[in-house]
Design a protein around this ligand. Structure first.
Ligand code: MG
Ligand code: MG
Length: 255
């Protein structure tokens, strides 16, 4: 069931989203050559503490996961697509990092992700990251009253495919509200004009995931969480929590 949020709830979600943006900004600033993923997790955790917010990621255990998630960020480096567990790995020059982060404030959740390159970027990685954000922008632009879920999916998929990138099947965006994951699911590829009509008060996490090598195939790491590309090529991920409103899409997870 899709929950339609009141305007007051959208305001509350905006505040949760602001905390998410603060956390990602802090992590981005802290991330450099030699910083460990665990240190970045601690940076994000501190932002939650200061805001009086909690983590919807920490101890999260969906049906596919063998263990509760042990951190407040997902840190997915290079061939990791999403759901990477922050560990003692230290970032090296040229690493492509995706950070996914959520916050829960006054009972409302926000969810957002960024990808970036540490140190000197490879041109192919720069293009991959830029395309992930372009796909996110396209998905957000399609998140308007009167459009359908399929229009968002189609907009995202078109940007990814026309650049020659793969899209991992079975993972994508979702409704969000009091729970981090709510109905409906928002695929990263689809047919325009299909699916649920978008209404004022719906809130969606829109999150393209791109595989640089062009294949859609991935595998699950032995940790039971991390998704990795089968061909070892790099991946990028970008996400915002977006409210559908009569005035157009409203990005909730920005500063
Ligand atoms: Mg996320
Ligand atoms: Mg999400």
């Amino acid at each position: 069931m899709v929950e339609i949020k009141t305007d007051q709830s959208l305001q509350a979600m905006r505040e949760a989203g602001r905390v998410v943006a603060q956390g990602l900004t802090a992590v981005r600033e802290a991330a450099g050559i030699g910083s460990s993923l665990r240190e970045l997790d601690e940076v994000a955790h501190e932002v939650l503490r200061k805001a009086g917010a909690s983590s919807p990621f920490l101890h999260y255990k969906p049906s596919f996961a063998p263990t509760p998630f042990p951190a407040v960020i997902c840190a997915s480096v290079n061939d990791a697509i999403v759901h990477g567990i922050p560990d003692d790995y230290r970032l090296a020059d040229g690493d492509l990092v995706s950070i996914d982060f959520g916050a829960k404030l006054d009972g409302w959740a926000g969810d957002s992700a960024i990808s970036f390159i540490v140190g000197t970027p490879r041109p192919a990685d720069t293009k991959l990251v830029e395309t992930a954000f372009a796909a996110l922008d396209a998905g957000i632009a399609a998140a308007t009253v009167g459009n359908r879920i399929g229009d968002i999916a189609h907009a995202i998929g078109k940007v990814c495919r026309s650049a020659g990138y793969g899209i991992p099947e079975g993972f994508g965006g979702h409704g969000i509200g009091r729970q981090m994951h709510e109905d409906p699911s928002v695929p990263n590829e689809g047919r325009p004009g299909r699916g649920m009509p978008l209404r004022h008060g719906m809130v969606l996490a829109i999150e393209p995931m791109l595989i640089g090598g062009g294949t859609d195939r991935y595998y699950e790491d032995r940790d039971g969480w991390t998704l990795r590309t089968v061909d070892g090529t790099r991946a990028a991920h970008a996400e915002h929590t977006v409210a559908i409103t009569d005035d157009g899409p409203r990005i909730l997870t920005q500063l």
